[in-house]
Design a protein around this ligand. Structure first.
Ligand code: ADE
Ligand code: ZN
Length: 340
């Protein structure tokens, strides 16, 4: 392997943009379908994986929401999250901040507690066994109404002590951040940190709305910021982190191929960029695969992959003690790697 790609894989890192429903590998989808006696409209695992060929965000979301139908019980959500965390551990992730979409499940009659309980049981276990710290981010679906989001927040109230923040995802075009200004204000009043997907397919104005109206301190994706010099300058000045997902962007045709990706350009411009996997079961790889693809296609240097790993820790919601410990662990790994 390219030595810089090798270093990227070895470095301790955090993942800040991961939809737990997007970690459903075809093998597990078939196992869960069998568990519940339901059939999937695909002959086998290979046929399902072959269907993961997308033209844009919506073509992916249609499959992603259909796939979630096999997730029904606490045990299903535990199995899903446990499988992701085993991959995270193998990729040397030391901290994860993961999204879950309660509306995808509660509207099918799955209880909120089954979803959150199963996810958290696996997270707590991985924290004990592998030392992976975590935050759980409840994400609203932006193709639904703000009233739906407000009702979801009400439903979440008894569980808020086990939810660390709020996000906004799903179909971006036609659903600007401004649609959710009131529910985000309520979340902020509850003391919850907020993030939002913006500038994945949507224009730079959606990123500005997320910053100004939703008052997010971190943007998920944000790659279309590059179309506005004023916004780029603001991201640099305010050091607003972007949770960029390179393999996702290529799979969903935001870029024609990885060599066209703007990640390296944004990093050079001084934007606080991080690398994440988004929906790794659908997009062809977890965090290390994203790093390797960027090193190989963009020619990232040793200094750049170290910066990206450090950014992932600095852009997290960790307290300063754990943040400092993980940054020191990065330094140690670099030193060992250089001495090898
Ligand atoms: N939900 C899951 N993955 C998503 C993405 N990449 N963009 C918007 N919503 C999503
Ligand atoms: Zn996402």
């Amino acid at each position: 392997m390219n030595p810089v790609a090798n270093l990227a894989c070895l470095l301790p890192k955090a993942e800040l943009h991961l939809h737990i429903e997007g970690t459903l590998e075809p093998e597990l989808a078939f196992r869960l379908a069998a568990r519940h006696g339901v059939s999937l409209p695909y002959a086998d695992v290979e046929a399902l994986r072959a269907a993961y060929d997308f033209s844009d965000l919506q073509s992916f979301l249609d499959l992603y929401y259909a796939g979630a139908n096999v997730l029904r019980t606490e045990a299903d959500f535990y199995d899903l999250t446990h499988a992701y965390l085993a991959r995270a551990h193998a990729d040397n992730l030391r901290h994860v901040e993961i999204f879950f979409d309660p509306q995808t499940h509660t509207e099918r009659g799955v209880a909120f507690e089954e979803v959150l309980g199963g996810i958290r049981r696996a997270l707590l276990e991985a924290e004990r066994e592998w030392g992976i710290s975590f935050k759980v981010i409840m994400s609203f679906l932006r193709h639904l109404s703000e009233a739906d989001a407000l009702a979801t927040l009400e439903e979440a109230r008894p569980h808020l002590h086990r939810i660390d923040g709020i996000g906004l995802d799903s179909s971006e075009m036609g659903h600007p951040p401004s649609k959710f200004a009131r529910v985000f204000a309520e979340c902020r009043e509850l003391g919850l940190p907020v993030v939002a997907h913006a500038g994945e397919e949507g224009p730079p104005e959606y990123i500005e709305e997320a910053l100004d109206l939703l008052r997010v301190k971190r943007i998920d994706h944000g790659v279309r910021a590059l179309e506005s010099e004023a916004l780029m300058q603001r991201l640099v000045d305010e050091q607003i982190p972007l949770t960029v997902c390179p393999l996702s962007n290529v799979k969903l045709k935001v870029y024609d191929d990885m060599s066209m990706h703007s990640l390296r350009k944004m990093l050079a411009r001084g934007v606080k960029v991080t690398i994440n996997s988004d929906d790794p079961a659908y997009f062809g790889g977890y965090v290390n695969a994203n790093f390797v693809a960027c090193v190989e296609s963009l020619g990232l240097t040793e200094a750049e992959v170290i910066k990206l790993a450090r950014n992932s820790i600095e852009a997290s919601w960790l307290d300063s003690a754990r943040r400092d410990a993980l940054l020191a662990a990065i330094d140690d790994t670099v030193e060992e790697w250089r001495a090898r």
